[in-house]
Write a protein that binds this ligand. Sequence first.
Ligand code: PGA
Length: 248
Amino acid sequence: MRKKIIGANWKMNLSRLEAESLYHEISNLGELNEHVDLVVFPPQPFLGLLSLNAGVALGAQNVYGPEIFGAYTGETSLQHLIDLHIQNVLIGHSERRLYFNEHSDFIGAKAIAALNGGFQVFFCCGESMEIRENGTAASWVEAQLTSLFEQMDPKSCSALVIAYEPIWAIGTGKVPSMDEITEMHGFIRGLCEQYFDTPFADAIRIIYGGSCTANNARAMAQLPNVDGFLVGGASLSYSSIQEIIASV
Ligand code: PGA
């Protein structure tokens, strides 16, 4: 039985006071929800300010994996995260791929370095509307995942969370149909089995992201291969994230 997991991706939002206050409220909630793992991804400068609490983990929205220290202006290294006792990282988010030109090889290298360093990696994949409409969404997602799988040690399986996030659903209020989510999550699990083996495929958590709200989470959480959510906008409100957590 896979434990559900929810990532709250705050992106580049919230003031320090707002972040501290929301994190404090969510922390109390996390302790009450032992059935779900909760990871908050705050803006990077706040990572060291939020004190780690039982029930809620913290994660970095981005990391530079390949080197530990060096002349990489503006980057955060895995070692910096280790120093802050942060054990989760988000890698390959479509906003990183689109706005910061992060390509598959770079993303794969970051994910492998983080997995090998003992981090839990939320690895994002997902297609644009154009790709969905031309019927190649599955092969697009397959290419994104196999660029990681080809380099991955299956022993790091338990530390990988795959986040399926169709780009056209992120921040738009549009959500794929239940059939489309079922089909894609099943396809991803099948891919895991094909590349590794059945125990690997059975253990890995595949979560959905893209306009997940308190209104639609309960129905999506019932789908057999949906093991939780990566939540952006709705994670900025205490009542919304509380309801999403209660619905899984
Ligand atoms: P959204 O973002 O929930 O605001 O659509 C999800 C994400 O980008 O992870």
